[in-house]
Design a protein around this ligand. Structure first.
Ligand SMILES: [Zn+2]
Ligand SMILES: [Zn+2]
Length: 294
């Protein structure tokens, strides 16, 4: 399991190195994520969480019936290690752009003076209770997306352990839904793999990868080809943006035949923020957050 996670970090780190060479204009943001990944990986081995209790029969039945194995709210978080990681991420932020730097400073002070209830923030992320994070951000005079992202990144090593443990317990090859077989999360991004055009998705919550249905929109399930299409960004054929007229959702897809690896997708997602803007300008909505970052 730890091996699978090491491979995950390695793929993301390798992809970061490649993209830093190819896209020098993104150096500031990519170098920040290089530090974030290193900090997460450093804490990864220290994570201690109870593994999900999944008897084989139950797991098999859930997969057959289209139920995710572990509901999001049952993901355990090692709050002690997460709080350390959170502090590390705040420290890293101090050296970044003014928004991050002032957030890092605010949060470190709030933690030191116990004005910040970190455990409460963690629960809010796991339970997907955005209002609680918004209120905390307001109280601390912070941008909500920054607080949300820093908290989320600090609990990810716990989420990854749980996802890897669940993934190792049962075969999920038959799963062909638009949502994650482990936690039910929606895809943050996907990758085209091989000549047959298989689409592998990255879960926006637990970091698991799974194969999407061949055709169709992962968000509303439609497979009416007349409402589905894709476009490219200007001058780049490595990424496609699949859009759906039915639900107005879109999904960025990396064509790995032109480079990259599905397991590095979290980094591609950060490096293609311009495609998110383009899709939003065209009136489409992002349906799931990034795995990494804001
Ligand atoms: Zn998931
Ligand atoms: Zn749709």
């Amino acid at each position: 399991m730890i091996e699978a996670l090491n491979d995950f970090y390695k793929k993301m780190t390798d992809r970061l190195k490649q993209l830093r060479q190819e896209k020098s204009e993104l150096e500031e943001i990519l170098s920040f994520y290089a530090k974030v990944l290193a900090a997460q990986q450093e804490m990864q081995e220290r994570i201690s969480v109870t593994e999900p209790d999944l008897p084989e029969d139950t797991a098999k039945l859930k997969i057959e019936e289209g139920f995710p194995l572990v509901a999001r709210e049952y993901f355990q978080v090692d709050k002690e290690i997460s709080a350390l990681l959170f502090q590390n991420l705040c420290q890293l932020s101090l050296k970044e752009n003014p928004v991050l730097a002032s957030a890092g400073k605010n949060l470190l002070e709030a933690m030191a003076s116990e004005r910040l209830d970190f455990d409460n923030l963690v629960d809010a992320i796991v339970q997907n209770e955005t209002e609680i994070i918004k209120t905390a951000a307001n109280d601390l005079d912070l941008a909500f997306p920054v607080l949300q992202a820093l908290t989320k990144m600090s609990i990810q090593p716990s989420l990854f352990v749980t996802a890897a443990a669940a993934a190792g317990q049962t075969a999920m090859d038959t799963w062909r839904y638009g949502y994650c077989p482990i936690c039910g999360g929606l895809p943050a991004m996907a990758a085209l793999v091989g000549e047959e055009g298989k689409r592998e998705a990255l879960c926006s919550f637990c970091g698991h990868f799974w194969q999407l249905p061949r055709l169709g929109c992962p968000f509303c399930d439609t497979d009416r080809q007349e409402v589905l299409r894709y476009f490219y960004g200007e001058g780049e054929d490595q990424y496609r943006v699949y859009v759906c007229e039915e639900c107005r959702g879109y999904l960025k897809v990396l064509d790995t035949r032109k480079g990259g690896d599905p397991r590095g997708l979290a980094v591609d997602d950060v490096a293609t923020a311009h495609l998110d803007l383009l899709a939003e300008e065209e009136g489409y909505q992002r349906k799931a957050p990034r795995l990494l970052g804001i």
